[in-house]
Design a protein around this ligand. Structure first.
Ligand code: GTP
Ligand code: MG
Length: 358
């Protein structure tokens, strides 16, 4: 699939043939309107991909793809679906992801380094500001931006104004692909076309790909669309790597995910998880963790009656860690009240939310 000079190729992940939309008109003038930008051409013609054992090796391609968008649109669900394994935690709460997480996919001679990011939002805390900075830095670092939006309950064909605002803040020198996620929510597939056409007009996308990350529908179309825009160069990571994060990071995140999936309202936003010790000496390695909560009143919520809630959290997190490591582990989880950690520079650094710009 190639981006055409005259317009936008809309690649359907739904089995329908590709649709070519008209050349996009400039967005209407408003303070939310994105900066004018020129469509970015693919860096070189796509390689001819022949899937047989005798095929000639092609020049390698590799590059970073920043997955950006509002909170809760399905960015982390998408990176997990693309990898076929769960590197990023997901939940129905906004602001689940707090960090930049690489997920690495190799297809034939191309290495795709996907960078999951926190959803950009109106930050109310130092942690929130830092999360937004992580995401914006990825916009600069990436070779290609995968901008993710999702279908609302009652989908409109217009690009949402909040999306337009985020797009206006992106660097203007790189291709931006639009991913319209959660198409499984559509009652009828013929409702998709006006949505694609409406979005095509709003911004000079390199390509638009409708997908369902949840149903793993449209994933191959994403890789094919991105491939053309990645530079010809050697792989950026060893071929077997799936992420740039250490095991400790995933262990802490899996515990946080188990908590996010059990708690509601303000509790999840006030939770951080740290690793205190990782003892690999015993037959079953032992990992000591602390769950930091913001308020005294949150501690009994995490613990539950006679510790039953924490037991469920521990069991779920342990299953995820064991799946990742391929061996048994023992998790020892402590709960501590660390009020206002998300406003405290020292705590943020200690918890791994290291600033990228100051
Ligand atoms: N129906 C449907 N739900 C989806 C799809 N993709 C993601 N979701 C759900 O949307 C919610 C948010 O998903 P996440 O992947 O955590 O979203 P995110 O964009 O990473 O969110 P932040 O990390 O907060 O920025 C979860 O409840 C997912 O199960 C999809 O294709 N279809
Ligand atoms: Mg996320």
């Amino acid at each position: 699939m190639r981006a055409e000079k005259a317009g936008i190729v809309v690649t359907s992940g739904t089995g329908a043939p590709p649709v070519t939309a008209k050349t996009p008109k400039p967005a209407p003038k408003s303070k939310l309107a994105p900066q004018p930008r020129k469509p970015v051409e693919p860096v070189a013609p796509p390689p001819v991909r022949v899937r047989d054992e005798n095929r000639e090796p092609q020049p390698r391609r590799a590059g970073k793809i920043g997955i950006l968008g509002r909170p809760n649109v399905g960015k982390s669900t998408l990176i997990n679906a693309l990898l076929g394994t769960r590197v990023a935690i997901t939940s129905h709460h906004p602001q689940t992801t707090r960090d930049r997480i690489a997920g690495i996919v190799v297809r034939d001679d191309t290495q795709f380094v996907f960078l999951d990011t926190p959803g950009i939002h109106q930050a109310r805390t130092k942690l929130g500001q830092r999360m937004n900075a992580f995401a914006r830095d990825v916009g600069v670092e990436a070779d290609v931006v995968l901008f993710v939006t999702d279908l609302a309950k009652d989908p409109t064909s217009e690009l949402r104004s909040i999306d337009a605002e985020l797009l206006s803040q992106l660097p203007t020198n790189k291709p931006v692909l639009l991913l319209i996620n959660k198409i499984d929510k559509l009652e009828r597939m013929d409702l998709l076309l006006p949505i694609l056409e409406g979005h095509a007009k709003a911004f000079p996308w390199a390509t638009i790909v409708p997908v369902s990350a949840y149903k793993k529908d449209g994933l191959d179309a994403i890789l094919s669309a991105i491939e053309n825009y990645l530079p010809q160069q050697d792989f950026l990571f060893p071929e077997d790597d799936i992420s740039d994060k250490p095991i400790r990071f995933f262990v802490a995140e899996f515990v946080r995910e188990a908590i996010l999936r059990r708690t509601r309202e303000e509790v999840p936003h006030g939770v951080a998880v740290t690793i205190d010790a990782f003892d690999e000496a015993p037959r079953v390695p032992r990992i000591d963790l602390t769950v930091h909560v913001d308020k005294d009143s949150h501690k009994p919520i995490i613990l539950g009656a006679r510790g039953t809630a924490l037991q469920v959290i521990g069991t779920r997190a342990r299953a995820r860690v064991e799946e990742l490591l391929g061996r048994q582990v023992h998790l020892q989880i402590h709960v501590r009240v660390t009020p206002g950690w998300y406003e405290n520079e020292a705590r943020l650094a200690e918890f791994g939310y290291t600033p990228t710009e100051d």
